[in-house]
Design a protein around this ligand. Structure first.
Ligand SMILES: [Zn+2]
Length: 269
């Protein structure tokens, strides 16, 4: 892929909107081209600043106070006008309409501004970005014949293999008795951090399970819409986050995840 094409696709890449082959082409180019890699970093930094709210502006203290006191001043005036027999409908309606029109115009302007700028700035949710990364890693692991760094069906071989390679010890369970044998593991990267990838097999299909420490907001298991023929589920359990991805059927994947969950933390529902 050329530099020109790469830089054109960088925003889409950041948003996780590129298809798989384009993503892989991009990443291959980014590894060898400093200029394009810097362009990517620049956009990532900008997005980071926007998400942290570093560019957000907080209204000064006292603004609320001033607005409220101005409202308190105008309210009694209107009450006095009514009490004095002055006909509010006849005279103040145009004024009222004008006020409403003004308020409406401001609201409409805000809505239009938000519509135009926010989707681009906010980008996809972190779930969507992560899903795109998980899928890319899965497909790359199959295509590049780099499925496993340690090939073993023995959890007591696979688990210690990660020692010293990661700053955590991932839970490793074999599910051979349930026809989901563990076949190996490798190191992988998601969201710029090192994660453990455990590889399971179901007949001719592979399931990648990515594991890293940290509990997500909820313990519930999320099933994602299939992407390009791949099913994905993620959950957190026992202080770890898990993402499973495979081209096995959604039913098989759900069964696999259920079995894995009960093995890793049998006490939890
Ligand atoms: Zn380039």
């Amino acid at each position: 892929m050329s530099c020109k094409l790469t830089q054109r696709f960088v925003p889409g890449y950041l948003d996780g909107e590129l298809d798989l082959s384009r993503t892989i082409e991009m990443e291959t180019h980014l590894q060898t081209c400093g200029e394009c890699a810097r362009e990517l970093e620049r956009l990532q930094a900008l997005r980071g600043a926007l998400q942290r709210g570093a560019l957000a502006y907080t209204a000064p203290e006292g603004l609320r106070e001033r607005i409220q006191s101005s409202l308190r001043v105008s309210a009694p005036t209107e009450a006095r006008e009514r009490a004095s027999g002055w006909h509010p409908l006849q005279f103040s309606r145009p004024l009222l309409l004008l006020r409403w029109a003004g308020a409406f115009a401001v609201l409409a302007l805000c809505a239009v501004t938000a519509w135009q700028f926010l989707p681009g700035l906010r980008g996809p949710t972190s779930d969507q970005r992560l899903a795109a990364e998980v899928l890319t890693s899965h497909v790359r692991s199959l295509e590049a014949s780099h499925l496993m760094d340690v090939a073993s069906t023995d959890q007591h071989t696979v688990k210690p293999w990660f020692d010293g390679k990661l700053d955590f010890s991932p839970p490793v369970e074999d599910l051979a008795s349930d026809d989901f044998p563990l076949v190996g593991g490798r190191l992988d990267y998601l969201e710029g951090r090192q994660v453990a990838a455990l590889v399971y097999q179901r007949r001719k299909h592979f399931i990648n399970v990515f594991v890293w420490p940290g509990a997500a907001g909820s313990n519930s298991t999320q099933t994602l819409e299939p992407r390009q023929g791949y099913n994905m589920m993620h959950w957190s359990r026992g202080g770890f986050q898990f993402w499973a991805v495979s081209d096995v059927s959604a039913t098989d994947l759900a069964e696999f995840v259920r079995l894995l969950q009960t093995r890793i933390a049998p006490g939890l529902k």
